[in-house]
Design a protein. Sequence first.
Length: 348
Amino acid sequence: MAQGSNGLSYAQAGVDIDAGNALVEAIKPAAKATARPGVMAGLGGFGALFDLRAAGYADPILVAATDGVGTKLRIAIDTGHLDSIGIDLVAMCVNDLVCQGAEPLFFLDYFATGRLDVPAATRIVGGIAEGCRIAGCALIGGETAEMPGMYAAEDFDLAGFSVGAMERGAALPAGVAAGDVLLGLASDGVHSNGFSLVRKVAERAGLGWDAPCPFGDGSLGAALLTPTRIYVRPVLDALRAGGLHAAAHITGGGLTENLPRVLPEGLGAEIDLGAWSLPPVFDWLSRTGGLETAEMLKTFNAGIGMVLAVAPDRAEALAALLREAGERVMPLGHVSEGAGVRYTGHLA
């Protein structure tokens, strides 16, 4: 059929299929570098295959998690610092999986943008691949959506989906009891929650993202984009060593909301706020925003990215194992009778 002189193309509508194909080719090496036992095919098919038996599981239970990065993306977009935001995306999913006792096996991403910039997208997906490498899971697929009219040309959104597995009967939490020791694993900053408030605090302070960081080196934007720490390997090591009863990923809701999610009905937690020092970024947020302690503990991780409930007779050994794996470990308190989180001491 002949095309009239006023005929339109998809490219004229703002969608470049060739750019999408170029991105797939550009990210294939990064995805291939995350391959692990169980992966059955590379990128490019209509779906991705994974062999649980080849991954070493005899009677597996699958666990799934999905998440995004939230308004931290706004800082990445505004500053052009795109290389680590993908690590955040992976971390938000795989850290949740390991709290169920599951080993993350594979990851898929969804990347939507107003205009597909192949070099920028390659950097973003490179970060996703790096997060998968740290977590020991494979990047086996994803979706790129060019959506003019839905997003400004330079804007994008990210979502992720991960599947993990554990042998039947190995799920967490399990065996949590009053007297269990609570071990806190240090965060690497704000991670990926509370950034709507972070942006409001920066606005109140009159600071742009290129301003000198008031609590460290470099620019404010770069400091705030420090990626979410991935705790998968050390927590799995602790689980295999024995004595780990529960793990709580400290995300939105902070210690106050997340720790009770892994405690049995009728049990709570006693936490000494003096057990760790408030990292500089949180001290700045607290002072500049005039934030009350209760707000800090419910909005941010306040320096604790993961909390483990462990058997009292295993606490020292597991703390040593975690430190050997590179974690900064702080005994925070203990599981106690009575629901809720009760704080003593001062956050400073």
